[in-house]
Design a protein around this ligand. Structure first.
Ligand code: TMP
Ligand code: ASP
Length: 243
């Protein structure tokens, strides 16, 4: 679907990777996946033609997979190549990061050696606030900031994040990809139920090839490694190739 075709719809929100438009039903939104790439809190900007389509396809498949494992998500259906019809939610301003292997900000912050396999998946919360560069927070900060009202909601986020990790690690392992880490966002639906939202794609995950450890995600853009689109295409190819 072309961006112009959505112009008649009301733009509700524009983020770094997606635009959200009003859907045809009150409880629906249309997420349009952009070709824009940003890193380091948008200090670094780029574009990769066709990336939006790839992320939309990858995300749709992964949301459907998670639904079959009993994890509720905002995904309703795909619309064209680069749009997704989603349930309308109020996003909880917490980025839930799950890590299986140390890299990225974890190695920088705590000095854990790059590539160290963590004894168990580590779940971290970051406050979703660009002006503050998404700082890491603990449960008390999350309550203090009003991200959620109850500690039990934070426990639910952690539980869901671990379930997602368990499903995705197995799924990608069969496709010769190591799921190194990823970021999830959740929202509250009209019944106040917390469901998985946003996207799950090479923009929000790190994937390393099982044999070569080649990076097949947005680190190719962050670290100027080149071949960004090829890497995303490879991820989609492996996801759709049944083993
Ligand atoms: P980090 O190592 O930079 O903290 O990133 C951890 C994971 O979260 C990695 O898979 C990339 C993802 N991520 C996002 O999706 N958005 C962000 O803004 C950041 C900082 C990380
Ligand atoms: N998503 C963040 C940005 O767009 C950071 C990142 O993914 O590296 O700047």
């Amino acid at each position: 679907m072309l961006e112009e075709e959505l112009d008649s719809q009301e733009l509700l929100y524009e983020g770094k990777g997606k635009k959200l438009y009003r859907g045809s039903q009150e409880e629906e939104v249309i997420a349009y996946f952009k070709d824009d790439l940003t890193a380091f809190n948008a200090e670094k900007k780029g574009q990769e033609k066709g990336k939006g389509i790839l992320n939309c396809q990858i995300s749709s498949i992964l949301f459907e997979l998670l639904e079959t494992h009993g994890i509720q998500t905002h995904f309703i259906r795909k619309l064209g190549d680069n749009c997704m019809v989603c349930k309308r939610v109020n996003i909880i301003p917490i980025e839930v990061v799950v890590r299986n292997v140390a890299t990225g900000s974890l190695t920088k912050r705590l000095g854990i050696k790059e590539g160290t396999i963590l004894p168990q998946a580590l779940v971290e919360f970051y406050y979703k606030d660009d002006a503050l560069s998404d700082p890491i927070i603990n449960d008390e900060h999350a309550i203090l900031l009003g991200c959620v009202s109850h500690t039990r909601d934070l426990e639910f986020l952690r539980l869901q994040a671990r379930k997602v990790n368990q499903v995705l690690v197995g799924f990608f392992n069969k496709r010769d990809l190591r799921l190194i880490d990823f970021k999830l966002e959740f929202g509250k639906d009209k019944a106040d139920k917390i469901i998985l939202a946003d996207e799950i794609s090479p923009d929000s995950c790190r994937f390393w090839d099982k044999t070569s450890n080649e990076k097949l995600d947005k680190d190719r853009f962050r670290q100027d490694l080149g071949g960004v689109k090829l890497a995303y295409e490879e991820v989609l190819k492996r996801i759709t190739t049944i083993k």
